[in-house]
Write a protein that binds this ligand. Structure first.
Ligand code: SF4
Ligand code: SF4
Length: 426
């Protein structure tokens, strides 16, 4: 695509990859059919190709973006499904990340929107504040249910939370330790579903992996990064990197696929920084997703349930771990039931379910409709954002679990509290 970036922009370690993405796009449009927002809206400006033009114009010109540019770039999920169809290997992620950071720096949003984004960045990234928020939403549930708009979407996250037990700080020791992996606590997951990390600890211990809580680390920074708040995101990244450097581990794990893809991208966040880029690169090289550590284990589960497996976009399009979850479930004796459009985003997408509640709800309804048609006994995913978002949908017809919770039960661990077993085994 023709462009007018300056030599300085092209040489910039942060902006350069974005200009390269624009340059590689041949405007063929193969990506449009893969884009969830284009599928829903049919507007070229809500397609990858249309957004690339909007972002190019905005970044070339510099300064304050137009309302139209912000409106359509905001509606992008950052699901990266467009990358899967692109014959020119356009690195859309580099472009959209730069565009979001540019908007954050140069565009003045209405006061309410600024306050909401500030709250997401400052409150939702801190587990203690998330727990207070959860308590308040439960106390005020009748009111929370009818709060309209984005504030309501944020408050209702608390209503579909299903915390069981305390957040684990100690994890079981394997009979023979093959690897010692530091586990990051993350932000919302510990408050919403502490049982996930507990299950992960048991599952990995059976595979000779000992988990050790990474003291000093917190949120991975993905939530502020989704909103272009790069400074906030980098603060969390620096905390995690510093904490990891204090100990001796064989790697670092976070048990949500969206967060894993953030950890693995830390080097780009610090591109051009002589101190932090090499440290971030080393950290990113040591980062694992649960699906990479959890080798399939052949067992016979208490009941061979039919499982619908929802692969998060971060798992499919960033981590490139397609098919890994399904293989683990099949080895554990479950029947994986495919469903239509499993490649399309469910609408969770980091902060998207809060900031774009209408589009997000439409994508969720579509996803749950496809899952319902598969008539599975249980729905499984590996990302807290997707789990929480889908759990809040009206069309959910079965229990929903993290992959580790179901594997743990199959391998002799406790039955997840919300797992109702069908009367008739398959
Ligand atoms: S990242 Fe997802 S929503 Fe955004 S343009 Fe690509 S496919 Fe569409
Ligand atoms: S498929 Fe790739 S090259 Fe074609 S329009 Fe989309 S981003 Fe550009």
């Amino acid at each position: 695509m023709k462009y007018n970036f300056t030599a300085e922009q092209i040489a910039d370690p942060q902006m350069g990859p974005a200009t390269q993405a624009v340059r590689s796009c041949v405007h063929c449009g193969f990506c449009t059919a893969t884009c969830p927002t284009y599928v829903l809206l049919g507007d070229e400006r809500d397609s990858p190709r249309g957004r690339i033009v909007l972002m190019k114009d905005m970044l070339e010109k510099g300064g304050a973006p137009t309302d139209e540019q912000v409106y359509h770039i905001d509606r992008c999920l950052s699901c990266l499904n467009c990358k899967t169809a692109c014959p020119s290997s356009v690195n859309y992620q580099r472009l959209v990340d730069q565009a979001r950071a540019h908007i954050q720096e140069h565009y003045k949003r209405p006061l309410g929107e600024r306050l909401l984004r500030w709250t997401i960045a400052k409150v939702m990234t801190r587990p203690a504040l998330v727990r207070i928020g959860l308590l308040l939403t439960r106390i005020g549930a009748p009111v929370v249910k009818i709060i309209p708009g984005k504030l309501g979407a944020m408050a209702r996250i608390g209503l579909s939370a299903r915390p069981q037990g305390p957040e684990p700080t100690n994890f079981p020791k394997p009979t023979q330790t093959l690897k010692r992996i530091a586990i990051m606590p993350g932000c919302v997951q510990g408050a919403l579903s502490p049982q996930i990390d507990a299950a992960v600890g048991r599952v990995l211990a059976r595979r000779g992996i000992e988990l050790v809580a990474l003291e000093g680390a917190g949120c991975c920074g993905a939530l502020p990064h989704h909103m272009g708040r790069e400074h906030d995101s980098q603060v969390f990244a620096k905390r995690a990197i510093t904490a990891y450097e204090q100990g001796r581990y064989d790697g670092v794990l976070i048990t949500a696929t969206g967060c894993s893809s953030q950890l693995k991208d830390y080097a780009q966040q610090f591109a051009g920084d002589p101190v932090w880029e090499p440290r971030a690169r080393k950290f990113a090289a040591a980062a694992y997703d649960f699906a990479e550590l959890c080798t399939p284990l052949t067992v016979t589960p208490p009941q061979p349930l039919r499982v619908a497996y929802h692969p998060a976009c971060s798992l499919q399009n960033s981590l490139k771990l397609n098919g890994v979850g399904e293989a683990m479930l099949e080895a554990a004796g479950f029947i994986v039931t495919p469903f239509n459009e499993s490649h399309l985003c469910c609408g969770s997408a980091g902060t998207y379910s809060i900031l774009q509640p209408d589009l997000s709800s439409q994508l969720r309804a579509r996803k749950l409709g496809n899952i319902a048609a598969a008539e599975a006994d249980v729905l499984v995913s590996g990302n807290i954002g997707c789990l929480q978002h889908l759990a809040g949908g009206e069309g959910l017809t079965q229990p929903i679990l993290h992959l580790a919770e179901l594997l743990d039960w199959a391998e002799g661990g406790p039955r997840p509290a919300n797992l109702e077993l069908p009367a008739q085994p398959h």
